[in-house]
Design a binder for this molecule. Structure first.
Ligand code: ATP
Ligand code: MG
Length: 339
């Protein structure tokens, strides 16, 4: 098997979005982590954007499912199927492909979960696999000089997990994942609208409300957005205008948990690093970093400067790309069929 060219790729398999970077080519896949399956056979009919387009509109015999939940693979078969399709899409599938894959994993992933991801990648044609800390990658992708001896704090808030880390000298000094993130906010919005308006809305509608009019603390731009749902009592479609303040109320408990996770990290930080953080502050990455006023909300609580990364949805994949360009051969941990 010697002599086949190797392709290096970075993979960020997120609860909501999967991104794939190919060295020399750039980001080749950036799609929702979704699959459309045939309800009886379990056969995968579509993945990614196509599955997103199908969602809620498919005949009864089809279902939409997420192979990743809370940051980890929840259904291996679906994950394998989705991965396979994404690799095909990037033209990385075939007997002559020898892939070297760097894959991002949230903090606190168990050894069993890690091995499952490695095994999936091996089945998909990877010769070598390396797991890296998602939050370390996010920090690199956000442009932080993590190799320096100064302490830095990164909070990556995705759809399934919030990863809080303090970094120094290229390593994590502290990292902890909490299973509260964007998905919980969407579920809380569904519950809140149901309780206050007797209206049932879908999670996609809830997510749209969160993105368009949601905010962590009030500001001058209080907005409202009309949404259509199903009235609980009559079962008929009904339109209601929802206000920013209602979304804020709905997501308050999730935000509180995120704030507590940050407080806990700060409490456990060694004093020298704490002093650094007063200057370096906190950088927010992951999609929820785009929630309006989240930076101000966190900053007013802990007193540290808080900044949102430039492209928070892509920080992890950018960090993986950065790392891929600098890896040495000895950095790779080989698994079985490496050739
Ligand atoms: N403008 C916005 N305002 C608020 N939330 C947003 C915005 N844009 C995206 N999000 C949320 O960000 C989340 C997706 O972020 P991201 O792609 O970083 O997650 P992920 O990597 O798939 O998940 P995880 O890392 O938790 O496994 C979703 O919950 C989405 O609703
Ligand atoms: Mg993520």
């Amino acid at each position: 098997m010697i002599g086949f060219p190797r392709t290096r790729i970075g993979l960020d398999p997120g609860t909501a979005n999967t991104l794939l970077y190919v060295k020399g080519r750039g980001v080749a896949v950036n799609e929702p982590s979704l699959v459309t399956i045939h309800a009886d056979s379990g056969h995968i009919e579509a993945v990614g954007e196509q599955a997103e387009a199908n969602r809620g509109r498919t005949p009864l015999k089809y279902e939409t499912a997420r192979p990743i939940q809370g940051g980890t693979v929840s259904n291996l078969d679906l994950f394998d199927g989705m991965l396979d399709r994404f690799l095909q899409k990037a033209e990385l599938r075939g007997p002559l492909q020898r892939l070297e894959v760097v894959v991002a994993a949230p903090s606190g992933m168990t050894e069993v979960e890690r091995l499952a991801v490695v095994e999936s990648l091996r089945k998909a044609g990877a010769a070598d696999v390396m797991l890296v800390d998602q939050v370390l990658a996010a920090a690199r992708g956000a442009g932080l000089a993590v190799e320096e001896s100064r302490g830095r704090m990164v909070v990556n808030i995705g759809a399934g997990v919030t990863d809080v880390a303090i970094l120094s000298l290229g390593n994590t000094v502290y990292s902890r994942a909490t299973r509260v993130a964007g998905d919980d906010m969407d579920a809380a919005i569904v519950g809140h609208i149901r309780a206050t308006h007797q209206l049932i809305i879908g999670e996609r509608t809830a997510e749209r409300l969160k993105m368009k009019i949601g905010s962590a603390i009030p500001d001058t731009r209080e907005l409202s957005l009309p949404v259509t749902g199903r009235c609980i009592s009559k079962g008929l479609p009904r339109e209601v205008a929802i206000r920013s303040s209602e979304i804020r109320e709905a997501i308050a408990a999730s935000l509180e948990r995120i704030r507590n996770a940050i407080r806990e990290a700060l409490e456990q930080t060694p004093p020298e690093l704490s002093a650094d953080l007063v200057e370096t502050g906190i950088v927010l990455t992951g999609g929820v970093a785009l929630l309006r006023n989240l930076d101000r909300f966190i900053s007013s609580d802990c007193g540290l400067p808080v900044r949102v990364a430039e492209t928070p949805l892509a920080s992890v994949i950018h960090g993986l790309a950065y790392q891929l360009d600098r890896l040495r051969a000895s950095d790779w941990r080989r698994f079985g069929n490496g050739g």
